[in-house]
Design a protein around this ligand. Sequence first.
Ligand SMILES: Nc1ncnc2c1ncn2[C@@H]1O[C@H](COP(=O)(O)OP(=O)(O)O)[C@@H](O)[C@H]1O
Ligand SMILES: [Mg+2]
Length: 352
Amino acid sequence: MRFSATYFHNFRNIQHERREWPQGFNLITGPNGAGKTNFLEGLNLISGWGPLERNTRIASLVRWKDDGREERASLWGRVSGEEDADIFASLSVRCSLKIGEGGTDATTMRGRIPVLSWLSGHASILRGGASNRRALLDRVGALVSPSYAARLHDYRYALRQKTALLRKSYNPAIADRVMIPLGSWLWAAREEITRMIGNALREFADLTPRPVDLSFARGGGGLEDNPATDFRRGLVLNRDRERASRIPLVGPQRDDVRISCGSRDAAVALSRGQSRRTASALILASALVVERRLGRKPILVFDELASELDSEGRSSTIDALMRTGCQIFAASTDPIPAAGVELHRMISGKFL
Ligand SMILES: Nc1ncnc2c1ncn2[C@@H]1O[C@H](COP(=O)(O)OP(=O)(O)O)[C@@H](O)[C@H]1O
Ligand SMILES: [Mg+2]
């Protein structure tokens, strides 16, 4: 799939921008504050993934005026390839999405227009907290399995109920009954996704200095093979600790993916630049998993592509990205001259 054109209006610092996009590698460059990240966030929104930061108020995305803000921002994109469609997002207090003439929801949009984006600093996948690694699994999960996002949503709802019960020192068993089937389904799905990404990672071995292994660690589990039995056992073993801490300690909210190089944790064994390259390899491996499962190539969106990479790191990352054959949108303050990279310069919310 690819975006063949976009038009963003009143979105963040972007006022009116229509742009045609070639298939291939689009590198958006420009000084700090030009609007590069804003543009990529727009792609993220229009394809059903929401704003960059989870708790952003939609109204804050609408362009500021001297005396307040515009009423509404609109994002339009034309996608072509396996499917040709016009997609829209209209933002005021909330975000509403449309494919063609019909309103749609984020889950449907994500399934129809597969976009895999990573906008919050790649090194975070290796060096940041476990939530970054869960976010990668969840992105892949939502793309490859129609029910993943819905189950994750229901699980989180039950988790909030359980937290509320624990805070009031009530028995959380009623929430546990809902969480066990959902949480153990998510464990099995995340395990499978981790295994698929780990296998696909071999295709990008040139980006990692040494072979990298992934293993999935169930939050508060891991003592039994069967996920549901494991979940129940985890709950029994952690019952007193959960009541004392008033925090649910068992389940997908505490999962992690261990990323290791030989016998060491990759975050310790690798330099920052090497971590970034390895993180790029993980995202590319994820894209390959999506492509193998969906039979369509996802559109890849990366922010700050070049930071912390030496020239060899930049060229091998770009080579690996090009090899995917996916359409790519990446941003970087420096133009990276490389064969096949289309440069799009941006200043003050406008493409030159
Ligand atoms: N709602 C908004 N209206 C107008 N400008 C905004 C809005 N939200 C953010 N900005 C501006 O967008 C700019 C940041 O753009 P960004 O895309 O992060 O730049 P970069 O090119 O460095 O990635 C900042 O100058 C910020 O003030
Ligand atoms: Mg930026």
